[in-house]
Design a protein around this ligand. Structure first.
Ligand SMILES: [Fe+2]
Length: 147
């Protein structure tokens, strides 16, 4: 495997410490990786679109499921950064939707560029924005357990 093929990988350092969220993040990074790998596999092929489309669809569908769960927990715990965080999820989703709709017509190199954007966004989001709700959520989940 080249260095480039290793770019998208789940790393335990991405863990934020809430098991349910960490498991979802890991799955999301892996699906993003599947999409990237499907692009690399498709580089020299003509009919690559269906595989690429399927792996991207899996990734985006799972991102939507994960965002819903995060938003549900942020709301339930009365996290005061909820609106801003949801806005960040929504603008990411909107950008991905546009690319998904044009995936049949864009070049492989453009699609690879997009996969790197996906990876960067997910990692930065996990490393920074998701950490903002951490204290509120940890407290909330602790109280839930003792109820
Ligand atoms: Fe998030």
């Amino acid at each position: 495997m080249t260095k480039e093929e290793n770019l998208i990988k789940w790393d335990p350092k991405f863990k934020i410490g809430i098991p349910v969220i960490d498991a979802q993040h890991e799955h999301l990074v892996n699906l993003c990786n599947d999409f990237y790998q499907s692009l690399l596999k498709s580089k020299d092929k003509e009919n690559y679109q269906s595989l690429v489309k399927q792996t991207l669809e899996n990734c985006l569908n799972y991102a939507a499921t994960h965002f819903k769960e995060e938003e549900r927990l942020m709301k339930a715990s009365n996290f005061d950064g909820y609106r801003q965080h949801k806005h960040s999820h929504d603008s990411f989703t909107a950008k991905c939707q546009i690319t998904y709709e044009s995936i049949d017509t864009i070049s492989i190199s453009e699609a690879i560029k997009f996969s790197l954007f996906l990876y960067e966004w997910i990692n930065t989001h996990i490393a920074h924005e998701d950490r903002l709700y951490l204290p509120t959520l940890v407290e909330f989940l602790k109280n839930q357990q003792t109820k």
